[in-house]
Design a protein around this ligand. Structure first.
Ligand SMILES: [Zn+2]
Ligand SMILES: [Zn+2]
Length: 143
């Protein structure tokens, strides 16, 4: 999906879910889809305040939570740190660097079709399958 398509789908989905489109919300979503690094609200805020100096951290934070709630952005599985956002709603998996905390997207047909252990299926209803691999990113491996 190109960024342009992503914006179109943002307008459509906001409308469908009754979310009013404001210039601030549009700017926040634009910043989010530009970012490929699964940013926190704080990171998004720091980028956006350069363009909209009077925006508050609270607005950015609340808007991202709203995006997640209405299902137009994902929250990356947490590790007790600040929430990180992922605008890519398609099926994909994550590689997480344990040193610098980078989260890198990757695709794998094999992982998409992973089998849920019987025991889990008996106890729970699995609605999505996402594999997270951990290790050192290329930058940290060199360093
Ligand atoms: Zn790293
Ligand atoms: Zn991702």
């Amino acid at each position: 999906m190109t960024d342009n398509d992503a914006m179109k789908s943002f307008y459509r989905q906001s409308k469908e879910r009754g979310l009013k489109i404001t210039p601030q919300r549009t700017a926040i979503y634009e910043e989010l889809i530009k970012a490929k690094d699964h940013p926190t609200a704080d990171v998004i805020y720091k980028r956006i305040v350069k363009k909209i100096p009077n925006i508050s951290f609270d607005t950015v934070n609340r808007t991202l939570l709203t995006f997640a709630k209405i299902g137009i952005t994902n929250v990356v599985e947490g590790y007790g740190q600040a929430k990180r956002y992922d605008p890519d709603m398609g099926i994909h998996h994550h590689f997480r660097c344990i040193q610098c905390g980078s989260i890198i997207d990757f695709h794998s047909k094999e992982y998409d079709n992973i089998t849920v252990p019987e025991e889990l299926n008996r106890q729970f209803t699995v609605i999505s399958k996402k594999v997270v691999l951990e290790g050192l990113c290329s930058k940290c491996r060199r360093g």
